[in-house]
Design a protein around this ligand. Structure first.
Ligand code: NDP
Length: 384
């Protein structure tokens, strides 16, 4: 029987690539639920092509448009954030791919976990904000979380068949478009420059997070919760070619890594097919013509966001939630040219100092702290 997939964020970079995987394996998978935020036209187009049972448009103002456009189809149309939480509970859904961006992913992911769904997790912000709570709930509800992020998929693959303890995780980073810039040059970089990622074609928010290296900081936090490894045992290594997707070092010193061309469809496919590997038509590594593979330490002075994420992880409690909220605010402000590149870590750092800290937060605490941190970060941007 075909596996039925709910794709939260089907109109995004991960979502559209997931649909390509589903199309390539139409005998195995079915896009059962599709959701979008604002791209109503694309959602309608996807719905006509993939014939899901239901679609959700999170932005309620576009509900009428989508409903009209699909009036001749046997497809349920819903709107709003609550609908995202409801559709993932559908008994027919086997796997929920969380490919929506930001804090908005938290509630639907929890809802899917409570319904014992298998989670293919792309929305790393969920684990940044509420890693302890979410991973505990996943165990209690027997809802496996399979990583989609290429680094975490690489770590997951390196751990296949291993039972011994992890000595260290080697988390590779491309270094982003500003790897070679001097600190002074970073003062004047523009959103257009930051949106040109050297190796990956991704959504705007994560592309900016890659340029500041906050993305790598978030991945450190994500790795801690997915693999139970403390921050001191996670080493970030800049590897500009993005061929080694990450590695694990074991207690005997042996290192296992996963390599491949940078193509998100590979980890997306594995998160759907695990424990099987399916055939694919994606590009292969060309060993005779590969560029040199290089590795270097990240520059924490230039990329302060990475250090802030490590700091938040060490402090624990609500601190990673504060960093995520402040980061979402500055990331958007930078894209809208209301905040400079170097102001981003400044605002995040100051928000960390001012926001309320709770060591053992409940879900309600996290929502409150998220809202408070957003208010503080917005105020700080306006003051500067
Ligand atoms: P995109 O911005 O390309 O897509 C985001 C998707 O989420 C879109 O479908 C968008 O809808 C939807 N969305 C945005 N805001 C909301 C909201 N408030 N409520 C409901 N849906 C919403 O992002 P990416 O695909 O790049 O990233 C998705 C997630 O995957 C992120 O957490 C990212 O960190 C992670 N990730 C992405 C990788 C990549 O290669 N892109 C790699 C590894 C992880 P619409 O477009 O209709 O407005």
């Amino acid at each position: 029987m075909k596996k039925r997939i709910a794709i939260l964020g089907s109109t995004g970079s991960i979502g559209t690539q997931a649909l390509q995987v589903i199309e390539e394996h139409a005998d195995l998978y079915e896009a059962y639920i599709l959701t979008a935020n604002r791209q109503a036209d694309l959602l309608v187009q996807q719905a006509r092509r993939f014939q899901p049972s239901a679609v959700v448009i999170a932005d309620e103002s576009r509900y009428g448009y989508v409903r009209e456009a699909l009036a001749d189809q046997p497809i349920q149309v819903y709107a709003g954030a609550d609908a995202l939480c409801q559709v993932v509970q559908n008994d027919e859904v086997d796997i929920v791919l969380t490919a929506l961006v930001g804090f908005a992913g938290l509630r639907p992911t929890i809802s899917a976990i409570q319904s014992h769904k298998q989670i293919a997790l792309a929305n790393k912000e969920t684990l940044v904000v509420a890693g302890e709570l979410v991973t505990r709930m996943a165990v209690e509800n027997r809802a496996p979380i399979l990583p989609v992020d290429s680094e975490h998929s690489a770590i997951f693959q390196s751990l296949m068949g291993e039972e011994s303890e992890i000595e260290k995780i080697i988390l590779t980073a491309s270094g982003g478009p500003f790897r070679k810039y001097a600190l002074d040059e970073l003062r004047t970089v523009t959103p257009a420059m930051a949106l040109k990622h050297p190796n990956w074609d991704m959504g705007a928010k994560i592309t900016i997070d890659s340029a500041t290296m906050m993305n790598k900081g978030f991945e450190v936090i994500e790795a801690k919760w997915l693999f139970g490894v403390e921050a001191d045992h996670i080493q970030v290594v800049v590897h500009p070619q993005s061929v080694v997707h990450s590695a694990v070092q074991f207690r005997d010193g042996a290192v296992k890594a996963q390599l491949g061309v940078p193509d998100m469809r590979v980890p997306i496919q594995l998160a759907l097919s695990y424990p099987r590997r399916l055939a694919s038509s994606f590009d292969r590594l060309d060993w005779y013509h590969m560029q040199d593979l290089t590795f270097e330490a990240p520059d924490l002075e230039k990329f302060r966001c990475l250090g802030l994420a490590f700091e938040a992880l060490r402090q624990g409690g609500t601190m990673p939630c504060v960093v995520n909220a402040a980061n979402e605010v500055v990331n958007l402000a930078f894209r809208q040219e209301r905040c400079s590149f170097l102001q981003m870590p400044e605002v995040i750092g100051q928000t960390m100092q001012r926001a309320t800290f709770v060591q053992q937060p409940t879900l309600d605490d996290l929502f409150q702290v998220d809202a408070e941190a957003r208010r503080i970060a917005k105020q700080l941007i306006n003051e500067n």
